[in-house]
Design a protein around this ligand. Sequence first.
Ligand code: FER
Length: 248
Amino acid sequence: MFIMDDGIRLNIRLDMPLQQQNARCPMVIVIHGFTGYMEERHIVAVSQTFNSMGFSTLRAEMYGHGASGGKFENHTLYKWISNILTVIDYARKLDFVTDLYLCGHSQGGLTVMLAAAMKCDVIKGVIPLSPAWMIPEEARSGIFLGRNFDPDHIPDALPGWGNHGLKDHYLRIAQSIHVEDAIRCYNGPVLIIHGDQDETVPVEYGIKAADMYRNSKLVLIPGDTHCYDHHLDQVLRAIRDNFPFRTV
Ligand code: FER
């Protein structure tokens, strides 16, 4: 199913709770990471876990990803922010939805951290999974996908870096984002889950974010990687046991 964000179609998928008690239920919006999509193993598993807990889920694919519109090379964090704000407004207008939560993995985790601050009046809790909130800081210091560049002279294209060429706008926009401000602005419950062998987003970022949020809980998954190759079951259990911070 598609919704539009200012001319860009966004691919979304609604799943209802497995055993619905009432006509109305809470909802979790679930966002994939950089190069990700809604059918990734860990995104599906997390979404199904929420469904088993009595939540509806709305998985959404962001600009340049999955079946949504836009080219990968043109995606930026501002476009993703615009997309998720549109998804949030769509979810709010569904008449069966009670409380609204955000969950995102990696770059999607960063996106939900930023969006929660912007929509702190409507978002009841946030679950950032291995959130890639070092992206803006690294963009300012000249690191992108583990490689160095001159942060004061960003090349027009970021060529030959895997299959994932990106326009310079990605980094220029990333440089302008200050995640600490968003962390300070959100007072609701924040459950952060992070594998301590994450090869993409150092676990220190999960630890630091949990420390900075006013109302947070951190669950580290010993031995696990960025996409939970070894202990996805522990990630799902952490969600079940600690959902901010058990409301249903
Ligand atoms: C980066 C490091 C990590 C980066 C993106 C990521 C675009 C995100 C990874 C993910 O979402 O899985 O330097 O730059």
